[in-house]
Design a protein around this ligand. Structure first.
Ligand SMILES: C[S@@+](CC[C@H](N)C(=O)[O-])C[C@H]1O[C@@H](n2cnc3c(N)ncnc32)[C@H](O)[C@@H]1O
Length: 430
């Protein structure tokens, strides 16, 4: 397929997403099944167009005077992919799969400046979230959120139980990987431009052998900040598919014991294969059920709560969720987080550390949540995050990452990672 056909496909898919209110990944998959002539390169390019359109939906709709799929996709082609209306029309002219020609009015809109747009439009976020985001980032909030409209890099964590960063880099040399800037065992490949495909690293023999995992550097950083030590008893209370569990197991050198639990059996299901492939021998999976964790009460050296959240920190990867988030969903997540913090505390030993993590950038799920928890539990205190950073990475906590409430917040602008929040707590401070 050439560019005109790919643009037409992206328009069709965005319309499908809107009409059927289905997730983008599902709409892309359905399109691929119905259009089997399209190759992997076509599907990747069309996916890039669709995701780029959703990343910039508010600003492109403002520019074009409409958020219809055609307007958004033309804006991606011109504003992000560097095409011109004239070049598009030349390409469209000889292609039976092309969208209708770019009109003069569209061409004028595509050239227009964004200056004067409201802040939430420049930031490409829903208007109702602007006050929270301004509270999170102050004067730089628009810049912070604009950085979230970019494409994410592909990051890997070397599994030290089986390999070394040098060995993984050699195995993946064809993708030109480089070490991550903060996480010591991370490897990264920058996102490409236009129709670039994300390297399919999971077909690499190194992956099959368990030498590395796909994990955003932000997730690697908060896993390291959790500070799990060899020989400890650790509860991973929201283990999901085990991304953090695997990192904790490696940090503990396969010693001590990790209890990996999740309330959702389906989310937990992939963890068994992943533990095996990674050579993890110190993790015990606890399937959900009455009393599944009763025997752990008051015994844990560390309880990690990788809490269910709005995922606002992952908007680069899942831009459709940005536009679906509602105040009701946020309130629901906040209630779940508050309950999990209280539950997590019940498993903590007297000198244990409670690790609270979200992939959200909203204060409601981060500092506010912790402030409410601390107010309800006067015997609990924040543990110093700068000391944890120094211990994990051997350097001082960089300026600007600490939150007013004593946690840290990572962002694409600050650390080149997904947005993550991490706060350490315990009954005995320091
Ligand atoms: C952010 S995800 C976890 C991701 C996972 N730790 C990883 O690194 O791959 C949050 C998880 O919390 C789980 N969850 C939600 N409510 C829970 C509860 N009350 N108890 C335990 N797990 C819960 C969800 O099923 C979901 O898998």
């Amino acid at each position: 397929m050439r560019l005109p056909g790919r643009l037409a496909a992206a328009i069709e898919i965005l319309a499908d997403v809107e009409q059927r209110r289905r997730p983008v990944s599902e709409a892309l998959k359905a399109w691929g099944l119905n259009n089997r002539f399209a190759g992997a390169g076509d599907r990747a390019a069309i996916g890039n167009l669709v995701y780029d359109a959703l990343r910039h939906r508010a600003s492109f709709a403002h520019l074009m005077g409409t958020d219809d799929p055609r307007a958004l996709v033309l804006a991606v082609a011109v504003r992000e992919w560097g095409e011109t209306p004239a070049a598009l029309n030349d390409a469209f002219a000889g292609d039976s799969h092309a969208p209708a020609p770019v009109t003069d009015a569209e061409a004028a809109a595509l050239a227009g400046p964004l200056e004067g747009a409201p802040a939430h439009v420049a930031a490409d976020v829903p208007k109702w979230l602007a006050p929270s985001l301004e509270r999170a980032f102050g004067a730089t909030w628009v810049e912070e959120l604009a950085a979230m409209t970019g494409r994410p890099s592909l990051d890997l964590r070397t599994n030290l139980l089986k390999s070394t960063p040098e060995r993984v880099m050699k195995s993946l040399a064809r993708f030109s990987p480089t070490p991550t800037t903060i996480a010591p065992w991370g490897i990264t490949m920058p996102a490409g431009l236009r129709d670039a495909r994300t390297p399919n690293v999971t077909t690499d023999e190194g992956y099959q052998k368990g030498w590395f995992e796909v994990q955003d550097q932000g997730s690697q950083i908060v896993s390291a900040l959790a500070g799990a030590q060899p020989g400890e008893q650790v509860l991973d209370l929201c283990a999901g598919a085990g991304g953090k569990t695997l990192a904790l197991a490696a940090a503990m050198g396969n010693t001590g014991q990790i209890f990996a639990y999740d309330a959702d059996r389906a989310r937990l299901a992939p963890i068994y294969d992943r533990l095996k492939r990674n050579g993890v021998r110190n993790a015990q999976v606890r399937a959900p059920g009455d009393g599944a964790l009763h025997d752990l009460a008051g015994r844990m050296d560390r309880v990690v709560i990788d809490a269910p959240c709005t995922g606002t920190g992952t908007w680069r990867r899942r831009p459709d969720t940005k536009w679906k988030l509602t105040p009701e969903l946020l309130a629901q997540r906040q209630a779940e987080q508050a309950a999990l913090l209280a539950e997590g505390l019940s498993y903590l030993g007297p000198r244990g550390t409670l690790v609270y993590i979200t992939c959200s950038i909203l204060p409601e799920e981060n500092d506010d949540q912790i402030a409410a928890f601390l107010a309800a539990h006067p015997d609990v205190k924040s543990r110093p995050i700068d000391a944890a950073w120094h211990h994990a990475f051997g350097v001082d906590l960089p300026d600007g990452l600490r939150t007013p409430g004593g946690g840290i917040c990572l962002t694409p602008l600050r650390t080149g990672t997904d947005g993550f929040y991490c706060h350490l707590l315990g009954r005995n401070p320091g």
